[in-house]
Design a protein around this ligand. Structure first.
Ligand code: NAD
Length: 268
């Protein structure tokens, strides 16, 4: 049985990749999608939006047109996602939220919604990145107290934030595992620092260049050897495919608030 999925935010960079990933997925049936009310892509063929040719499904501006969908995948904006949760709760839909940037209070709203519906909050839906978080945990536990830890990330020239949310999350996972406070041990630049490296610190280095989709490496370096754990994204399709995996998993889940570690079975 295929899971019926709709995409919210179809005309966005991620939306277009999500349409293609859903349409081509063997366990998912794409049943519709939304664009903003004011969008010039309203009533537009979803396949044409995604660049895969017409597929006979049109974009809508109303969530009520998505009654056939079991799981909605939302890569829109913070404001839109918070509205979409309310509608899903009222209409018994499951929701995968890929939108990023929620503050603590907004995360709590989503967490609370999980008491009445199945919802995944996944600021990074890449399967590889989420597996990397687990590998960082294992490595930090085994050797983190004896090694120098540095995190390197590289992205395209248009990226607005630095270091990336994923790099910060890598630091957070390592710091949590080692019982360190990231706010106290993170070092974002070493210019002017002349004394020997403090073992407790976790360093961050950033490169912005050309069209790099996203690269992250954590170094655990001792005298004589080092471990490097690297993830490289080569296209947005990695996020779209991870979102499909999340949607499929969520279609079988009870009411609850979940993340990608649940989807991948990586929780302790
Ligand atoms: P984008 O600006 O290209 O796309 C967002 C789209 O949502 C726009 O087309 C916008 O018109 C549409 N939209 C806004 N409100 C809407 C509404 N009420 N109904 C329907 N459509 C609406 O941005 P993007 O690069 O596609 O990213 C979207 C979000 O996903 C951002 O928060 C981004 O940080 C996040 N993101 C997450 C991951 C992940 O792995 N989870 C990966 C990439 C991007």
């Amino acid at each position: 049985m295929k899971v019926k999925v709709a995409i919210l935010g179809c005309s966005g960079r991620m939306g277009r990749n999500l349409i293609q990933a859903a349409y081509e997925h063997r366990s998912i049936e794409l049943v519709g999608g939304t664009v903003r009310e004011s969008s010039s892509f309203a009533d537009f063929d979803l396949g044409e939006l995604a660049g895969i040719g017409a597929i006979g499904l049109k974009t809508s501006t109303q969530l009520s047109d998505l009654s056939e969908a079991e799981v909605l995948i939302d890569f829109t904006s913070i404001e839109a996602s918070l509205e979409n949760i309310k509608w899903c709760q009222k209409n018994n839909k499951s929701l995968v939220i890929g939108t990023t940037g929620f503050n603590d209070e907004q995360v709590q709203i989503i967490e609370k919604a999980g008491e009445k519906m199945p919802v995944i909050l996944a600021p990074n839906t890449s399967v590889g990145v989420n597996l990397m978080f687990k590998l960082l945990q294992i490595t930090a536990k085994a050797i983190g107290d004896y090694t120098d830890i540095e995190i390197f990330e590289a992205h395209h020239r248009f990226k607005k934030d630095a270091p990336s949310g994923t790099a910060v999350k890598m630091g957070q996972v390592i710091a949590d595992t080692l019982d360190r406070d990231l706010n106290k041990v993170a070092v974002y630049g070493r210019e002017g620092i002349t004394e020997e490296r403090d073992r407790e610190t976790i360093g961050f280095a950033t490169v912005r260049a050309g069209d790099i989709v996203g690269e992250h490496t954590a170094y655990f370096a001792d005298l004589g050897e080092r471990i490097e754990i690297t993830h490289k994204a080569s296209s947005r399709m990695t996020f779209a495919l991870g979102a499909m995996r999340a949607a499929f998993w969520l279609s079988n889940a009870d009411n609850g608030y979940y993340d990608m570690q649940d989807v991948l079975g990586l929780k302790d």
